[in-house]
Design a protein around this ligand. Sequence first.
Ligand code: FMN
Length: 399
Amino acid sequence: MKKIVLGVTSSISIYKACEILRRFQDNGIQVQVIMTRNATRLISPQLFSALSGCKTLVDLFGEDDGDRIAHVSLAEEASLLVVAPATANIIAKFASGVADDFLSTFYTSVRCRVLIAPAMNEAMYLHPQTQANIRKLRGLGVEFVLPEKGYLACKEEGWGRLATPNEIIERGMELLRKSESLRRKRIVVTAGPTREPLDPVRFLSNRSSGKMGYELAAEALRRGGEVVLISGPTALIPPAKATVINVQTAAEMAREVYKNLPGTDVLVMAAAVSDFRFESAAPQKIKKSNAPAKVGIVRTEDILTGVRRKKRKKGLVVVGFAAETEDVRRNALAKLREKELELIVANDVSSRETGFESDFNQVLLIDKRGVVTDTGRLTKREISRLIMDKIEDLLERKN
Ligand SMILES: Cc1cc2nc3c(=O)[nH]c(=O)nc-3n(C[C@H](O)[C@H](O)[C@H](O)COP(=O)(O)O)c2cc1C
């Protein structure tokens, strides 16, 4: 049985949380409620305990459960965190990472998806700070069921009324389905740059930070996939539960990709593999005094071409990336055809606002049938979700 955690905060629409809880149960979902201390001043936690069949959690330090730390163990079990109704206050706390009670501490402990249904009066909802907090959380991958316009408890008509339980349940169930949409699928993601040595201290590389690939690996994990992350040198912390293989050079990356190909359902080549390497790498540091006036560089092996020739699982979906500085669409389309890819993700890396090193990106997703989707400027996390949605479509069509 899937378990969701329902966060309940001190909004006037708190009474609707009972209906939301029951409706999730009707869908076969087990619900654990966490209330804020202020919420318990509006409704007794006992009501939620009785409805859910589990003791409602309120106090971070009150729940002594032997050797288990409640917010951490619950975070491992939860498939989804839904906060409905969500006050302006809890949204602000989530957006800034404040963890001073059970619910906000729980939010910072979960790896599962988070769905927030705000409810407040119009002034609070439209306040630029609240809007900025919502935008920030969206960029971090949090989902929202936004409030609607209607008659509010403050006896005014306006924006801020909690979305209907129907909408909240539908979105919640959709996210639960997504949390296992890649189950039993093996996804290999390459990320980061490669380093091609000249000697033990000097190398040829590029400006890739690895952020896009790491986000893609994390998104595939959130969908229940088995993820192998083959990474060039980056400063990033890999997502928990991914099998990480660290490599330095294009040749090492090629070797690891080929080795991991059997049994793989999706290969996402997000790494910026160096197209060139030095003709030879010296075993000791080359001294300036006896350095050659010129050094030769040669092409590295093209991994996507290599993949085409290797033994691979029937129905393998291969996704390539094209980092371009001009004529993005035409160059990407040519690469898609030449490399026989199912999907290519093309971005213009000449912009400082997006692309290399940035947390943001704007890409074109071009599939084999020539369908082009422009994502607009989004965070790399948001883009990783759109790419994974596309990949799931392609997997479905292939199988
Ligand atoms: C009767 C009453 C109704 C309230 N309704 C809302 C509401 O709908 N939305 C909201 O953001 N704040 C509302 N507030 C204000 C919050 O309760 C207040 O900001 C509180 O500090 C939030 O605490 P919490 O987020 O820990 O539950 C209400 C307060 C009262 C007294």
